[in-house]
Design a protein around this ligand. Structure first.
Ligand code: GLC
Ligand code: GLC
Length: 663
């Protein structure tokens, strides 16, 4: 048997060997770099800069590549392609973007600032097209946004395109939205306004009419290898044994029969979204080229779509495999070399233990926080914060230099991705609890305030996810229908409570546009045949610009929408003027009231206490809890200017939220 020391030595030797190989490969490839510099006319100082970055990142990139593709006989060729792709993209990067790169290399934690507040929207539903979107930059500034995620806007297949996630060409914009030039102009306008641009990198699959898929369909073997295509059911069936179904109402299983090629194609999502085969290094190289092209359009943050599914291996569930991480890290290191101003955001809507594995300076620097999202809704339904508190106590902290993106609703459904074990220790049966939450949010549970609808109900497993806008899920739709004034009041408070948490708990808060007006479910989506089969369209309503008139008190006296908009705007501006909200440092405050969530936020010596009441009953917290935590004796709630003394119990109204600063 070999001892630990020997193991360490073997690993060290292996690492030395890889370093050596990385270096040697680079030396051999240098002449190819020279060719790129000469063709593009890259200056000496730029070349030097590129060299510096290679010093730092070539070796970690090479290490990932050798792990993924080292056994290929043509590995060296693919390394060359990757290096040349990085060099070319670097050489073509604009001066402004180079400047951003320089700044962000010096200040890599820029996205942790309290100034960063995000919004996400569909260009067509918000402003018709990219040109008109540029006119709305003042709207974003007015609300306080400094991060704008535009839902996929590249060329898509005709008919159903999964809200832009079935891309036929990563280098051209959907003509109904504009052109690549319009996108560049918009990116410039946003940069000038201090707003970061976020776009998707839909890299798990292409549309079935992408050029590569068309070539595959024409029988070109080189491109058939870009996808997973099987002549018969043998392999698909072996894989299926361990696979989940993501869109069970679209089709059973994960494979789609393609009549033209007489092959089964791997399609995790819709049948027209063909999964890319990253086992093939040519796919990695080609997609890196697309990634860096998108980066050079002026993108600040790239949302990596469906990261969990990008690597498959027989005998596994083909989700969250170690190779998926190596792959994303390889994309990341290539990006550090060619476009280091760009940050990766992970979209992993999976078990919390898996979500965090994508978050690292060397992988995705920021990530959606689906667990917090789901549990905030869970707390609203149960009026209890026990599962939420237990979960964040164990699962909120992240590696330094990384950050959560905290959101409440997005363009997708809500899935109840908490940990069954966390629930079990609180005596909650996870299966039953998910059933309850589904019934609650589809309005079937007696007394429920929510008006959501099912998404992807799986009759075999009883599984279901929830669609619906924030306002409809929080009770506004029902209260309006029933002309229930108190119900309306409570629903607005619920929304503000949730916003107050995502704006303060640590990380980037992300609004889904429409939330600022409390927009309700849009039941008309069923009229469009390309959307009718997908209930997520219920929470993708069209922007109603006439709402802006309600901001004028003379035109609309008692406008709920004005109240929602103004309250949110105010919260955002308070966040932005308090340094305590920067960074990720959050400490829960233990308290014995199961309806409250309470925590301390601090950064650079500035400190705030947040307390939220998740029930429609009045609640209180012992003033001593705050005092003995050494936090001070007198506080002011920044949201209302109300003062509190810790010698008395601190009282919270139904769904009240306090942002307390010691005075
Ligand atoms: C992502 C998107 C979702 C889409 C899926 C397939 O999860 O958020 O909208 O359906 O990927 O691209
Ligand atoms: C699943 C996937 C997620 C995707 C969603 C779309 O939850 O894990 O990536 O966004 O389905 O509904």
């Amino acid at each position: 048997m070999i001892g630990l020391n020997e193991v360490i030595e073997i690993e060290q030797n292996y690492r030395d060997e890889i370093e050596f190989q990385a270096d040697l490969t680079l030396q051999r490839l240098r002449p190819r770099l020279q060719e790129v510099w000469e063709t593009i006319g890259t200056g000496a100082s730029e070349q030097e800069l590129f060299d510096e970055r290679l010093q730092q990142y070539w070796s970690p990139l090479f290490r990932r590549l050798i792990k993924l593709y080292g056994s290929r006989y043509d590995f060296f060729y693919h390394c060359e392609q990757v290096l040349v792709t990085c060099a070319r993209s670097f050489a073509e990067r604009s001066d402004e973007l180079r400047e951003t790169d320089r700044r962000r290399v010096i200040e890599p934690d820029w996205f942790q600032s309290e100034q960063i507040v995000g919004g996400a929207l569909y260009v067509d539903l918000f402003s018709e097209n990219l040109c008109k979107l540029r006119d709305h930059v003042p709207y974003f500034k007015e609300l306080g946004l400094t991060y704008l995620h535009l839902m996929p806007l590249f060329a898509v297949r005709p008919g159903n395109n999964d809200g832009g996630y079935a891309i036929s060409n990563y280098r051209s914009v959907d003509p109904s939205l504009g052109t690549v030039e319009d996108l560049r102009l918009l990116a410039d306008a946003l940069r000038e306004a201090g707003i970061n641009l976020v776009l998707d990198f839909v890299f798990n699959h292409t549309a079935d009419d992408h050029e590569w898929a068309m070539k595959a369909q024409a029988g070109q073997r080189e491109f058939q290898n870009y996808y997973y295509m099987f002549p018969d059911r043998e392999m698909p069936e072996q894989y299926e044994r361990n696979l989940r179904e993501i869109f069970p109402t679209v089709r059973r299983g994960n494979f789609t029969w393609h009549e033209g090629t007489r092959r089964w194609v791997w399609t995790t999502f819709n049948s027209f979204q063909w999964d890319l085969n990253y086992g093939n290094p040519a796919v990695f190289r080609s997609m890196l080229d697309e990634l860096l092209f998108i980066a050079n359009l002026g993108v600040d943050i790239l949302r990596l779509d469906a990261v969990a599914f990008v690597w498959k291996r027989l005998g596994t569930n083909c989700e969250n495999l170690p190779e998926a991480h190596e792959l994303i890290q390889a994309f990341n290191y290539a990006t550090r070399i060619a476009a280091p101003g760009l940050v990766f955001k992970s979209e992993a809507i999976v078990h919390p233990d898996e979500v965090v594995k994508y978050i690292d300076i060397g992988e995705c620097q920021i990530s959606y926080n689906p667990t917090l999202m789901a549990l905030l809704w869970e707390s609203l339904a149960t009026r209890r914060t026990t599962l939420l508190t237990r979960t964040i106590a164990r699962r909120f902290s992240l590696p330094t230099g990384t950050s959560w993106v905290n959101y409440l609703r997005c363009h997708d459904d809500i899935g109840w991705t908490f940990d069954d074990g966390d629930a079990w220790t609180l005596g909650i049966n996870a299966y039953d609890h998910r059933q309850f939450l589904n019934r609650f949010y589809t309005g079937q549970f007696e007394g429920s305030f929510a008006r959501g609808v099912p998404f992807q109900e799986n009759e075999l497993t009883g599984d279901m996810r929830i669609s619906g806008t924030m306002a409809s899920l929080a009770g506004l739709e029902k209260a309006i229908e029933e002309e229930d004034e108190w119900g309306k009041e409570l629903s607005v408070r619920r929304m503000m409570l949730l916003h107050g948490v995502t704006l303060s708990i640590g990380g980037i808060p992300l609004l889904y546009m429409g939330e600022e007006w409390g927009m309700l479910n849009d039941y008309d989506f069923v009229r469009d045949p390309a959307k009718a089969g997908d209930s997520r369209w219920i929470h993708r309503p069209k922007m109603k610009w006439e709402y802006l008139e309600e901001l004028d008190e003379d035109k609309a006296r008692d406008s709920l929408r004005r109240r929602i908009y103004r309250s949110l705007q105010k919260m955002i501006s308070i966040r932005k003027s308090n340094r305590a909200f920067a960074g990720q440092e959050m400490k829960l405050i233990a308290n014995s009231n199961p309806h409250l969530l309470s925590y301390i936020r601090q950064c650079d010596g500035s400190r705030l206490v947040v307390i939220g009441n998740f029930s429609e009953e009045e609640q209180s917290i012992d003033g001593n809890t705050l005092r003995t935590a050494g936090l001070g004796r007198f506080f002011v709630n920044l949201l209302t200017d109300t003062e509190y003394s810790t010698s008395l119990p601190i009282r919270l109204d139904p769904y009240d939220l306090l942002w307390l600063k010691s005075v």
